[in-house]
Design a binder for this molecule. Structure first.
Ligand SMILES: *Cc1c(COP(=O)(O)O)cnc(C)c1O
Length: 217
């Protein structure tokens, strides 16, 4: 299992960047992974996980949360408005707030429930047409509108284009977060989490490097 190795590499990256060891939260991305791999990471004491789909997470986490105390699950993938209610019931944090209509829905749910998951605004730093996220130039206005709805914003999130140097995107996300006064930075995956830590990530999302390759059946 790659958990200890990834934790050690994060600690090393924190040290080289002059950051406190333990500052960065490791989200173990368990989407599509066989249950026994997820259970072994839970048994190793890890409690923070990420999923991409509401329905897949619903089938897995209520039971695992009962078996293992203190588990947090974060939603990383796109959220349809009609799944928002199920999402706020299951997830502690949502990293994919990317549009006004979803913000309004989450604000309505927060009002009705008296609580809301923490939210990261997803930014499409590569301005890729097929990718979710607000554009860099729209980020400030979108954050302001979320704040006007009293949504609990934790920070910004990005998924850099696969073929580009991720550090440029991480640096851009950090600059945007400073502009809007948010401290959370959800960035870095299996291939680039050390770069993300060096550039200020507060949450790295690591899947295959912990669990092994995902096999889609
Ligand atoms: C799948 C996924 C990850 C983890 O990817 P790995 O390359 O397996 O580390 C991180 N973030 C998001 C949004 C994902 O969908």
């Amino acid at each position: 299992m790659g958990l200890d190795d990834i934790k050690a590499r994060i600690a090393k990256a924190e040290k080289s960047a002059g950051r406190h060891v333990g500052d960065v939260q490791l989200i173990a991305v368990s989407k599509v992974q066989p249950l026994d791999r997820v259970v072994s990471v839970l048994e190793a004491g890890h409690r923070l996980f990420g999923e991409n789909k509401v329905q897949e997470a619903q089938g897995k986490w209520p039971d695992l949360k009962d078996r293992f105390g203190g588990v947090s699950v974060h939603l990383l993938g796109p959220l349809q408005t009609n799944k928002a209610k199920a999402a706020v019931e299951l997830f502690d944090t949502i990293h994919s707030l990317d549009r006004e209509k979803l913000a309004r829905k989450l604000a309505d749910l927060a009002q009705a429930r008296g609580s809301s998951p923490d939210l990261f605004v997803q930014v499409n730093t590569g301005e890729e047409p097929q990718k979710a996220g607000v554009l860099p130039a729209e980020t400030e206005a979108f954050v302001a509108s979320c704040r006007a709805m009293d949504l609990p914003l934790a920070g910004l999130m990005c998924i850099p284009p696969a073929e580009e140097e991720p550090s440029l995107h991480f640096a851009l996300l950090r600059k945007l977060s400073e502009n809007v006064g948010l401290t959370g930075l959800s960035m870095g995956m299996s291939g680039d989490f050390e770069t993300a830590v060096a550039l200020g990530a507060t949450h790295v999302r690591v899947g295959s490097a912990i669990f092994g390759e995902r096999t889609y059946g």
